[in-house]
Write a protein that binds this ligand. Structure first.
Ligand code: FES
Ligand code: FES
Length: 161
């Protein structure tokens, strides 16, 4: 059996040093070793987007990355973005517009939507759809999700001085 590796990284702002097996992917590491189970695992091969997290400011599919590759990185999960309030308005819009049902896709969907909203102030519905096209939802039919993201973009624009 391959020996564990020592890695050091930041997860949701906290500095940690841990031992990981070389073949452990980042999604399993977050869920099983750190108990951050808001990162969901659906397809395990990069298709569904349920495992989306941010690594060094970029959204990635954590099922496609080894935990060892996150050595030295800043990893942010849905728990971190929820706890620090960064996406509070987006979460409220999802609730208000029924943009979630079972909630399985929701953490990945929120992180992907926030990625778009931080890059573009005025995405239209086509652009929102395109940006979220790598995140699958089996419940909502997507319309309510697009509504929630569009409403959040509008509200953020209106709040800007
Ligand atoms: S579980 Fe990673 S993309 Fe589906
Ligand atoms: S709310 Fe169930 S998969 Fe999206």
């Amino acid at each position: 059996m391959t020996a564990p590796l020592s890695i050091s990284l930041h997860v949701n702002g906290e500095s940690i040093v841990v031992q990981v097996l070389p073949r452990l992917n980042l999604a399993d590491f977050l869920r099983e070793q750190l108990k951050l189970t808001g990162t969901h695992i659906g397809c395990e091969h990069g298709v569904c987007g349920a495992c989306t997290v941010r690594v060094d400011g970029e959204i990635v599919r954590s099922c496609l990355i080894l935990a060892a590759q996150a050595d030295g990185a800043e990893v942010e999960t849905i728990e971190g973005l929820s706890d620090n309030g960064e996406i509070a308005d987006l979460q409220a819009a999802f609730r208000d517009r029924n943009a979630l049902q079972c909630g399985f896709c929701t953490p990945g969907m929120l992180i992907a939507a926030q990625d778009l909203l931080t890059r573009e102030a005025e995405p239209d519905r086509t652009r929102i759809r395109e940006h979220l096209s790598g995140n699958y939802c089996r419940c909502t039919g997507y319309q309510a999700i697009i509504d929630a993201v569009e409403a959040t973009a509008r509200a953020r624009r209106e709040r800007k001085p």
